[in-house]
Design a protein around this ligand. Structure first.
Ligand code: NAP
Length: 240
């Protein structure tokens, strides 16, 4: 194709697609929000930071000779997806969403599905919580005085935080053995997660299953209307 592919990234799938396009010699620019202090950088060109909203993103697409946009941002990154869904058609550039499928419970699982982090906080009835829903949503749990939280996130969280907690700075992928040991060591009684999908952070679900503990799963937000593919291969097929 003539022109470049813009990948809106921040996910493993975005990095994989960038690597494949780069290896093929397709000009690709990956865009990252700049939220993480030391991001894993994709292959090919990378730009970092917000665009300044949908209109500015449309201008940026026109100015940078972008031929196609792949929105491969995280399933919970609502604002950038909404912005891209508006900007790409405005700039008359085709756009596709690359989104991995969500997780599904297995028979016997005790999953509590909720709509957002406030509902997740309200659904906690246990005393020892493994909180893996990310740094940005922690204020939703700050008012819970009774439970103790093991908070796992990539960068140090900022207040407000729940009064009883321990922070574990780490980043996936995680393995089952490690997740089992972590939950055992901290006596975890409930797991809180977003429905991120994918393999990189899924072992915690199996560890919770084996432990027989409930999982509070935050459902994905509604998505803007655009074509969607679920694999890197399908994104490449769409691009070609
Ligand atoms: P968000 O709420 O949708 O985005 C907030 C603002 O950050 C956007 O309006 C946009 O600024 C900028 N932005 C977000 N992603 C961008 C990107 N890839 N390139 C350039 N600007 C971007 O997103 P978020 O939930 O804060 O997530 C930020 C990034 O982290 C996303 O790229 C996402 O893929 C990744 N991530 C998010 C989660 C999560 O749970 N939300 C988990 C893992 C990774 P402007 O309006 O100024 O353009």
């Amino acid at each position: 194709m003539s022109g470049k592919v813009l990948i809106l990234g921040g996910t493993a799938e975005a990095r994989a697609l960038a690597a494949e396009l780069h290896d093929d010699g397709t000009p690709v620019i990956s865009s990252l929000a700049g939220r993480v202090a030391r991001p894993r950088l994709p292959e090919g060109d990378v730009r970092i930071g917000g665009f300044g909203g949908a209109d500015k993103l449309a201008d940026w697409l026109r100015e940078h000779d972008i031929a196609a946009v792949v929105d491969a941002t995280h399933p919970f990154a609502e604002r950038i997806s909404a912005s891209a869904a508006q900007a790409a058609p405005a700039a008359q550039i085709p756009i596709v969403r690359l989104e991995r499928p969500g997780w599904t419970a297995q028979p016997g699982d005790d999953w509590r599905r909720v709509n957002d982090l406030d509902e997740a906080a309200a659904a906690i009835t246990e005393d020892r919580v493994f909180l893996t829903s990310g740094r940005q949503g922690l204020p939703a749990f700050a008012g819970l005085a009774r439970p103790w939280f093991l908070i796992r996130c990539v960068d140090p969280p900022e207040p407000p935080l729940p009064p009883k907690h321990q922070v574990l700075l780490d980043r996936g992928p995680y393995d089952l053995e490690g997740e089992r040991a972590l939950m055992e060591r901290h006596g975890i009684e409930v797991l809180v997660t977003k429905d991120s999908g994918g393999d990189h952070t899924a072992p915690k679900l199996q560890a919770a299953r084996e432990r027989g503990i409930p999982v509070i799963v935050v459902d994905r937000p509604a998505r803007p209307d655009m074509p969607i593919v679920t694999t890197v291969d399908a994104a490449r097929a769409w691009l070609s």
